[in-house]
Design a protein around this ligand. Sequence first.
Ligand SMILES: C[S@@+](CC[C@H](N)C(=O)[O-])C[C@H]1O[C@@H](n2cnc3c(N)ncnc32)[C@H](O)[C@@H]1O
Length: 251
Amino acid sequence: MSTHKRLSFDVTINAANEKINLEIADPGNISADNLALATWGSSEILANVLHKLDKPDLSGCGTLSRTHHVLELGAGTGLVGMSAATVWHTHAHLTDLTPILPNILANIALNQALITKHSGSACVGLLDWSDPTSPVYPFDPTRTQPFPADKARVILAADTIYSEEHPELLTGVLVAKLERSEKARYIMCYPLRVGYLDHIRDLWGRLQEAGLVCMKEGREVLGVEWEEDTPYEWTVWRWGERLLAGEGGSR
Ligand SMILES: C[S@@+](CC[C@H](N)C(=O)[O-])C[C@H]1O[C@@H](n2cnc3c(N)ncnc32)[C@H](O)[C@@H]1O
């Protein structure tokens, strides 16, 4: 996986090739899960793929239906979640482990005016993949109640498969948090590095066994400034018909 210390990222937001520039504060002295906080290659790829996908149907999401519009797992510096809020003009909930959350909050504040201009919004919460059924707690000392939503219409994840535990953990989060509906989508991106291929295969197998079906996939490479030629794969998943009809999905 490659990281970048850039302080801003261009993200294409529509078919007319309109770009926004998202600012990213990346203090470099924060870490969680043995990783220093950074913006990873998959994030830049996925942020720039969102506008090419069919816009998810986010109707009916919100507090009343207890369904997040968009939930990002392992958000890191928040590039993908903030891009989703802007590209899809929606509310994105960016989650990660506790040490990472203050910086995501700071990055949302840096880009608040831009996100709002595009009719989006974003917030931050704790979601530890090893505790997938817990409600998402907000990163806000004045709020002790969990967010009043327990499912998500769209789940996003960039560069979240880099150890052998991750396929099982991520599948557990999807089973717990992805809304069981034909409108629900799981969208992820990862580098196709030799060292991670077994984990990626394992994850695909587990997602399929859980009842998810890959409906779209693509490959991209990063711009020259990243100085690497690794291909990155992005995939879009939905629940299969059998699962929605009440069968299958053993995990
Ligand atoms: C390689 S970084 C990717 C960050 C960001 N998505 C990006 O692409 O720039 C992996 C992220 O997953 C988070 N993470 C790792 N294990 C986690 C867990 N058990 N629960 C929640 N987040 C986790 C890390 O804190 C980190 O932010």
